[in-house]
Design a binder for this molecule. Structure first.
Ligand code: SAH
Length: 695
């Protein structure tokens, strides 16, 4: 190898100079990092603070930013330091101790009284979702806000006011930290605690010494009080604190000091300016969305989880308008065909016997057996009442997990119309019957040659049914559609379980192809020009080619519809930042109500969260603002929660990369969302012929 010594030495010298130029700053930063590490080890861990979140926050917050310039060198010493106006920044240990006592969680909303330097607020902001901090001295409030802003804390809000009154507009709080000594616990602050909320407050009749109290609000409205330690804080001065002493009075109207960078040139503000906002999902205005949908034939409406009420409610509201104003007659959901067929029977007031089924009784039951779906189904039943059969809107299932229910449905149908073929069906489908408890085991056994493959048998049944199509349709057209769909489902499901072992791609594609083909069949059945609404997860209805799924060779019903209907397919995605969701921890596990973590910093969700709106409808396909669409088009993380939610491994389990404007035509944002309310299994027992959920 040729080695150019001269060039090499030059590079070495150049690099050395470069390093020397940066050295001062690096040493400085490294010094602080080392000091911080020592502070956590010697002053905090060593004294018994164990909460990992508190320790890691103390390890992160750059305390030197919050002390006066001339005291930076001693920022990490084990003591409080003066910050001007006769006030102090608390000793690091007491901040950690109080934060630990508050038992903070990631999605908490916290109030601090006595922002002072802003340091404690920064420590809290590293741990929780939102921090509201009040400081009565205006200079301190201003400088705390500025320091928090410079340090990049966007989730802290600073108010210059008397904190003894609390911050009523933002209440209730999950935790309140009082950073100054009070004569008594102010009722105004107790009132602003959420149920289960905790307050840590130094209280004492003497302005120089207090006891640190932990107050907890119980569900019955009473408060528990625990004495934690003897402490010494500067006095809490105000209406419900110590009396204002002469010249340190800070008069004036409370005012919020902005800690966020001005949103004017940022992406969140561009989003805001180009969307329609709503306060609650029930009063979202849908008129312009309907105009944008125009005369699309298929409107695919997503959900970012299978257990969020707001997504279901907004989706139902859009669907109602599509049915009432635009002639949509098909609602096709990511649900099992036989179960949905029972709903269809109810909403269309049909006389025919529906497929044999137990409605949505398999895992995950809450996905369709919930109060929001029931409300829609009831509405549709009413809506259809006065219409001719041909004008009634039907409800269909697109999914293929109902292998055995579908087998039974085909046999039942044949028992009624063709007993001879029913006997053959029993024999052919018998191939699958040993595996009813675990169809995946069939797939494995067939694949390894340990058991005979049932492919021929199920395919034969489908062919036989179609061969007799004329004869059966003549007897009962809609029952023929139901039975043949079940037979097609059995054929696809049989294959689905066999190819599952080749990896997720093949089975995913087969499932979405099945959904697409089912949709097409139903649309054909409804005649030329029929229009359908599809309800499924964002990951099915958003265009897969705009997400990392395409790199894995996966496609979905959204992409297939786009290819088949071009602009006649309109895809609406949903997203949320935080709240609760109904989901299980494992497949087949029980439903739990889980807290949804605030979204990842690099996600689309975080961008929308930063608009500070409760709800937004953002047109993507019909958006004229090219700057916004260009910026949003840069791939980012997007969160998907299915029937399983694992917040412990959220990034790996629930985020994927996507380009939002290519994925959806419209995006609906709900900042804080709530879990669906499932219908109990008890309600399932009973008479399914009067009510789809067996109530
Ligand atoms: N948490 C601060 C320490 C602040 S010291 C830090 O980390 O730096 C207590 C602060 O409480 C002082 O700045 C004082 O001005 C403020 N304070 C006292 N009474 C108050 C009141 N009624 N409302 C708001 N702030 C108050």
């Amino acid at each position: 190898m040729h080695w150019n010594t001269e060039k090499h030495s030059f590079q070495v010298i150049f690099q050395a100079v470069n390093i020397l130029l940066q050295i001062e700053q690096v040493v400085y930063m490294a010094d602080f990092a080392r000091l911080r590490q020592r502070m956590v080890a010697e002053q905090i861990s060593a004294r018994g603070v164990r909460d990992e979140r508190v320790l890691s926050s103390m390890q992160k917050v750059q305390r030197e930013r919050f002390v006066p310039e001339e005291m930076r060198e001693i920022a990490y010493d084990d003591m409080p330091l003066p910050i001007g106006s006769g006030q102090t920044i608390s000793q690091p240990y007491i901040v950690a101790y109080m934060a630990e006592a508050l038992a903070l969680r990631g999605d908490d909303k916290v109030l601090e009284i006595g922002a002072g330097s802003g340091y404690a607020a920064a420590v809290l902001a590293e741990i929780v979702a939102e921090v509201y901090t009040i400081e009565r001295i205006s200079e301190l409030a201003e400088s705390a806000a500025a320091k928090l802003r410079e340090a990049g804390y966007e989730n802290v809000h600073v108010l210059n006011a008397d904190g003894t009154r609390g911050w009523a507009e933002q209440a209730p709080f999950d935790a309140i930290l009082v950073s100054a000594g009070a004569p008594i616990v102010p009722d105004s602050l107790k009132d602003q605690l959420a149920i289960g909320g905790r307050m840590v407050i130094p209280v004492g009749v003497n302005q120089r010494a207090q006891e640190l109290l932990l107050i907890t609000r119980r569900a019955d409205g009473k408060f528990d009080c625990e004495d934690l330690a003897d402490v010494r804080f500067v006095p809490l001065i105000g209406e419900h604190g110590w009396e204002v002493d002469g010249d340190s009075v800070e008069a004036g109207v409370p005012r919020v000091i902005q800690t966020r960078p001005s949103v004017s040139q940022t992406l969140p503000s561009l989003i805001l300016r180009n969307s329609e906002s709503f306060e609650s999902p029930d009063d979202a205005q849908l008129q312009s969305l309907l105009q944008r949908i125009g005369d699309s034939r298929v409107v695919l409406i997503g959900e970012a989880s299978h257990g969020t009420s707001e997504f279901y409610r907004i989706r139902a509201a859009i669907t109602r308008r599509l049915i009432e104003d635009k002639g949509f007659r098909i609602v096709a959901a990511e649900a099992d065909w036989p179960d949905a067929s029972r709903i269809d029977h109810y909403v269309r007031h049909r006389d025919t016997t529906p497929s044999e089924w137990v409605a949505f009784a398999r895992f995950p039951t809450w996905m369709w057996r919930n109060t929001d779906v029931r409300e829609f189904v009831d509405w549709l039943h009413e809506h259809n009442t006065s219409l001719e059969m041909a004008d009634r809107t039907g409800f269909y299932g697109l999914d293929l997990y109902s292998l055995y229910n579908s087998v039974r449905a085909v046999i039942d149908f044949l028992d009624d119309v063709d007993p001879a073929l029913a006997a053959i069906a029993r024999w052919r489908y018998g191939c699958l019957s040993p595996w009813e408890a675990d169809p995946a085991a069939y797939g494995y056994a067939a694949l390894t040659g340990a058991y005979r493959n049932c492919e021929q048998d199920v395919a034969q049944m489908l062919t036989e049914l179609y061969r007799k199509r004329q004869e059966y349709s003549h007897k009962d057209g809609s029952r023929f559609l139901d039975a043949s769909q079940n037979a097609a489902l059995v054929a696809n499901a049989e294959r689905y379980y066999r190819i599952m072992y080749y990896g997720s791609r093949a089975s995913w594609n087969l499932r979405d192809t099945h959904m697409f083909e089912t949709l097409k069949r139903v649309m054909e059945e409804h005649g030329a020009g029929s229009k359908a609404v599809v309800w499924a997860h964002n990951s099915h209805i958003g265009d897969a080619s705009a997400t990392e799924m395409s790199a894995r060779g996966e496609y979905n019903i959204g992409q297939l519809c786009r290819e088949a209907f071009a602009d006649g397919a309109y895809r609406i995605g949903f997203g949320t930042d935080h709240g609760t969701v109904a989901a299980a921890s494992d497949w087949d596990g029980p439903m739990e109500i889980k807290a949804v973590h605030p979204a990842h910093a690099q996600s689309y969700e975080r961008l929308f969260h930063r608009t500070l709106q409760s709800g937004l409808i953002l047109p993507l396909r019909h958006n004229q603002n090219l700057e916004l669409i260009g910026e949003l088009g840069q791939p980012r993380l997007e969160r998907a929660i299915g029937v399983i939610y694992r917040p412990e491994t959220e990034l790996a389990s629930h985020y994927f990369e996507a380009s939002l404007p290519r994925q959806f035509d419209e995006y609906i944002w709900v900042d804080e969302s709530t879990a669906v309310t499932p219908l109990t299994t008890g309600e399932l027992t009973g008479v399914p012929d009067t009510y789809p959920f067996g109530v």
